[in-house]
Design a protein around this ligand. Structure first.
Ligand SMILES: Nc1ncnc2c1ncn2[C@@H]1O[C@H](COP(=O)(O)OP(=O)(O)O)[C@@H](O)[C@H]1O
Ligand SMILES: [Mg+2]
Length: 471
C-alpha cells in the first residue's frame, strides 16, 4: 500500500506534537493543524486519507469539522478524539460521519489498533474497486486492433503519453475511429487505473444540467438543489475525466473548463470554496476544432489547453490494410457471442470490404460483421450476408465476352471500351477494376476529372481507388 496521508486537527500542542512524531515514525505522511478552520484548508490542499479530529477546538467544534470534511469528501476516514468521553458525543460523532473514536488520553498501542482497522477497510475497498474493474471488461491497448505502420505508431505514442500522470490529451477523428477505446485504454495503462474513469458526453446534456453535472452544487444553490451534490470532476478524484464531444459545449462552460485546466480546482454551483482536483482530462471530438476556433465558436485558449498532446485517429479508409484483421477479429468475437463457427472468409468478401468507403469507420465494420455472422448459415462468410451498400458499392462495369483471351468491357455510363487481359491464372473483379482504371487514366493523361467522367464515378471514389490500387 502506498504511504497513507494523515491529518491531525488538535489544539493541544503536546498531544498534536507527540501524535505527529509517532505517526511519522510509523511511515505515514503527517500534516497537523491547531484549529478546525486550518484543518479544513490543509485537508483541501493535501487530501489525506485519514483525519484525526479533536472534539473541543478553539473555533469550529469537532462535530462541525467532521460534517464539513465529509461534505468535501464523503470517503474520508475520520477518527474522533475526545477527552470528555460521554457516549452521546461519540454517537453524535459517528452520526456525523466519523469511522472510529478514541478517548484521551490514549496509548499509542490504541492508535495502532485503530489504524490497522482502517488500513483493512481501505484495502477491502480497493479490492472491491479492482474486482469491479475486472468484471466490466476493461478496454486496454490489447483490444485495439491495427497493424498499419501509422496506426502502430499512434498506439506506441498513446502508451507513452498514458504513462505521464496528468498530461491533457485531445483525441480527434471521425466517428467510429476508436476515440472512446483510446481514452479507456490510456486510463487503464496509466497509474490512475484504480481510480475512476468518468465519461461526460458534452452533447447529450442540456446546458444547465451540464454545469451542475460537471461542477456539482451546494445544497440550496437553486430551487431543485435539495442536497449537496458532488460534480463529476470531484467524483473522478485521482482518476480520468473523459470529455466526449467537447466541440459541443457552450461558451459559459468553456470558460469554466478553462479554469479547471489552468488551476485544477473546481467550485460547486452556489459554493464558495475552491476544491482542488487531481485528474487527467482527455477530450474527444469528431469536429474540426481548429475551424471552430477560427469561426469563434470555440475558445482559442481552451483549444490550446486541450491540445497539449493531440492524437488524430485515422479513418478506416486511411488504413484499409487493417480491414482483414479487424474483420477476422470481429468474426471471432461474434462467433463466440452467437455460438457460430465461421472459419473462412471468401476472398471476394474481403475485397468488397476493402473497397467500401466506411463512413462509420470501425464501428460500422463491426456492425456489418455482426449482422453477417448472424445471417450466415455456412462456415464461410459470403457476400450475400453483407448489406446492399457494400455489395453494390462498385461501379464495376458490365462484362461481355468476345473471345476466350480478350474481354471487352463497357462501363455502364460510358460507351468507351476497355481492353482487359486475362492472366492464365484466371481473373478477379479486383484485377479487372484495376486494369480499367489504369487504362482510363492513360486515356485521359491522368486527368482525374475526365477519368471519373469516363468511368461514371465520382472524383472522390476515383481518388480513393487510385490510392487503393496504388496507380
Ligand atoms: N482499433 C480498433 N480495434 C478494435 N475495435 C475497434 C477499434 N476502433 C474502434 N473499434 C470498435 O468500434 C467501436 C466504436 O469505437 P469508439 O471508440 O466508440 O469510436 P469513437 O469514439 O471514435 O466514435 C468500438 O466499440 C469498438 O468495438
Ligand atoms: Mg465516441
Amino acid at each position: 500500500m502506498k504511504q497513507l496521508k494523515i491529518l491531525i486537527i488538535e489544539d493541544e500542542k503536546l498531544i498534536r506534537w507527540s501524535l505527529e512524531k509517532h505517526l511519522t515514525s510509523k511511515g505515514y505522511v503527517v500534516f497537523s493543524a491547531e484549529s478546525g478552520e486550518e484543518g479544513i484548508k490543509l485537508f483541501e490542499l493535501n487530501r489525506p486519507e485519514i483525519v484525526f479530529v479533536d472534539n473541543k477546538l478553539p473555533g469550529l467544534q469537532g462535530l462541525d469539522v467532521i460534517l464539513k470534511l465529509k461534505s468535501l469528501d464523503n470517503e474520508s476516514i475520520i477518527v474522533f478524539m475526545t477527552a470528555y468521553g460521554s457516549i452521546e458525543t461519540a454517537v453524535n460523532a459517528m452520526k456525523a460521519g466519523a469511522t472510529e473514536y478514541i478517548n484521551k488520553p490514549f496509548a499509542f498501542e490504541e492508535i495502532e489498533v485503530i489504524l490497522d482497522n482502517i488500513k483493512n477497510k481501505i484495502s477491502i475497498i480497493k479490492e472491491i474497486q479492482l474486482l469491479r474493474r475486472q468484471q466490466k471488461d476493461i478496454i486496454t491497448f490489447d483490444h485495439i486492433i491495427g497493424e498499419t505502420p501509422l496506426f502502430k505508431q499512434i498506439i506506441q505514442l498513446s502508451k507513452k503519453i498514458a504513462k505521464t500522470k496528468s498530461t491533457t490529451i485531445l483525441l480527434l477523428g471521425e466517428s467510429g475511429t476508436g476515440k472512446d477505446m483510446f481514452a479507456h485504454a490510456i486510463h487503464n495503462e496509466s497509474t490512475r487505473n484504480e481510480k475512476p474513469f468518468v465519461t461526460i458526453n458534452c452533447s447529450s446534456l442540456p446546458e444547465t444540467l451540464l454545469e451542475s453535472e460537471l461542477f456539482g452544487h451546494e445544497k440550496g444553490a437553486f430551487t431543485d438543489a435539495k442536497h449537496l451534490k458532488k460534480g463529476l470532476f470531484e467524483i473522478a478524484e485521482g482518476g480520468t475525466v473523459f470529455l466526449d464531444e467537447i466541440g459541443e459545449i457552450n461558451q459559459a462552460t468553456q470558460i469554466k473548463l478553462l479554469g479547471i485546466l489552468e488551476n485544477r480546482i473546481v467550485r460547486r454551483l452556489g459554493g464558495t470554496v475552491n476544491i482542488p482536483v487531481d485528474i487527467r482530462i482527455i477530450a474527444a471530438t469528431n469536429r474540426d476544432l481548429k475551424k471552430a476556433v477560427d469561426e469563434k465558436s470555440f475558445r482559442e485558449d481552451l483549444y490550446y489547453r486541450l491540445k497539449v498532446f493531440q492524437i488524430t485517429l485515422p479513418s478506416l479508409r486511411e488504413r484499409i490494410q487493417d480491414i482483414p484483421i479487424l474483420t477476422e477479429y470481429f468474426i471471432k468475437y461474434y462467433n463466440h457471442q452467437f455460438q457460430k463457427n465461421i472459419t473462412k472468409l471468401n476472398d471476394s468478401v474481403v475485397r468488397l470490404l476493402m473497397q467500401y468507403a466506411w463512413p462509420g469507420n470501425v464501428r460500422e465494420l463491426r456492425n456489418v460483421i455482426e449482422r453477417a455472422v448472424i445471417l450466415e448459415t455456412m462456415n464461410t462468410l459470403h457476400a450475400d450476408s453483407l448489406p446492399g451498400e457494400i455489395v453494390s458499392n462498385h461501379e464495376i462495369p458490365k462484362v461481355s465476352t468476345h473471345s476466350a483471351d480478350n474481354v471487352f468491357i463497357a462501363s455502364e455510363k460510358s460507351d468507351l471500351p476497355f481492353e482487359i487481359n486475362i492472366p492464365a491464372s484466371g481473373f478477379s473483379l479486383y484485377d479487372i477494376e484495376k486494369q480499367i482504371i489504369k487504362q482510363a487514366l492513360q486515356k485521359t493523361d491522368n486527368n482525374q476529372t475526365q477519368t471519373s467522367k469516363l468511368l461514371g464515378i465520382s472524383r472522390d471514389t476515383l481518388r480513393y481507388k487510385v490510392k487503393k490500387y496504388r496507380l
